[in-house]
Write a protein that binds this ligand. Structure first.
Ligand SMILES: NC(=O)c1ccc[n+]([C@@H]2O[C@H](COP(=O)([O-])OP(=O)(O)OC[C@H]3O[C@@H](n4cnc5c(N)ncnc54)[C@H](O)[C@@H]3O)[C@@H](O)[C@H]2O)c1
Length: 254
């Protein structure tokens, strides 16, 4: 987040778990959340980076190791996050296998497909399941899932990832209905191609394709996505649920 900007939304005292937050968009969410006054559990499989981020940001953060491939580690990690923060009001399901692209549909290995689905889809379900009792107890629970606009426009040579993000969108709709009685909202953000370490491998032609197709024709940065996440975690968004919000400079439009 641009440090010269005031946080657009205050989240004083909110307690938020962000998965996959040692780097990239997740790290940006963590920084924006801390700036907005929240307490944050950083979680990842990149332990050194996650711990370093928590050290840098200080006492309102903690680091929780959690591998989304491991259901038991998810249960333990969510419990540890809730204990460290004193409960959970918010969850950002950000962790994903993001580097599975480049191959055509008939070149993808079965193992790659399975790993993408296990982390991006099953992992999102299991983290949300483990967080649900804490979110319910808070009385103001919020779930924000990271989808992707690739699932809205059908990006080629990215099939496992695109299919997993389509599933995240469908899960957002269905969980919103199941969580509604507990006044927990469930929404998704569908970012466009955003400049982070993980997208450095994306070919220049794909970056150009995005630049050419955006209504706002500039590169997308993590900070472009932060405010949407803060809003969807805030009390102001309490009657918005089951929605997928593209944040992509107008590359795809609802
Ligand atoms: N950057 C983009 O262009 C873009 C666009 C649309 C959607 N997204 C979504 O935003 C989210 C963040 O992506 P990013 O671009 O910052 O990429 P990233 O690869 O930097 O972030 C993903 C994080 O998830 C973690 N992770 C991977 N496997 C894990 C596992 N088994 N258990 C726990 N954590 C694991 C990684 O270590 C990493 O920190 C992802 O859900 C991604 O699909 C990104």
């Amino acid at each position: 987040m641009n440090p010269s900007l005031e946080p657009p939304i205050a989240l004083q005292g909110h307690k938020v778990l962000v998965t996959g937050s040692a780097r990239g968009l997740g790290e940006s969410f963590v920084r924006a959340l801390v700036q907005a006054g929240a307490r944050v559990a950083i979680s990842d499989v990149l332990h050194e980076r996650g711990q370093a981020l928590a050290r840098e940001l200080g006492e309102r953060t903690c680091y929780v190791p959690m591998d989304l491939l491991d259901p038991q580690a998810i249960e333990a990690g969510v419990a540890q996050a809730a204990q460290a923060l004193g409960g959970l009001d918010g969850l950002i399901n950000n962790a994903a296998v993001t580097n599975s692209g480049g191959k055509y549909f008939n070149e993808i290995e079965i193992d790659t497909w399975d790993r993408v689905m296990q982390v991006n889809v099953r992992g999102t379900w299991l983290v949300t399941r483990a967080a649900h009792p804490h979110l319910k107890a808070s009385g103001r629970g919020r779930v924000v899932n990271l989808a992707s606009d690739t699932a809205l426009w059908g990006a080629p040579r990215l099939l496992a990832y695109v299919a997993s993000k389509g599933a995240v969108m469908a899960m957002t709709h269905a969980l919103a209905r199941e969580f509604g009685p507990d006044e927990i909202t469930v929404n998704a953000i569908a970012p466009g191609l955003t400049l982070v370490e993980a997208t450095e491998y994306v070919p220049p032609q794909r970056h150009q394709h995005y630049l050419d197709g955006r209504a706002i024709a500039r590169p997308q940065l993590p900070a472009d996505v932060d405010a949407a996440a803060l809003f969807l975690l805030s009390p102001a968004s309490g009657f918005i649920t089951g929605q997928v919000l593209p944040v992509n400079g107008g590359f795809v439009m609802n």
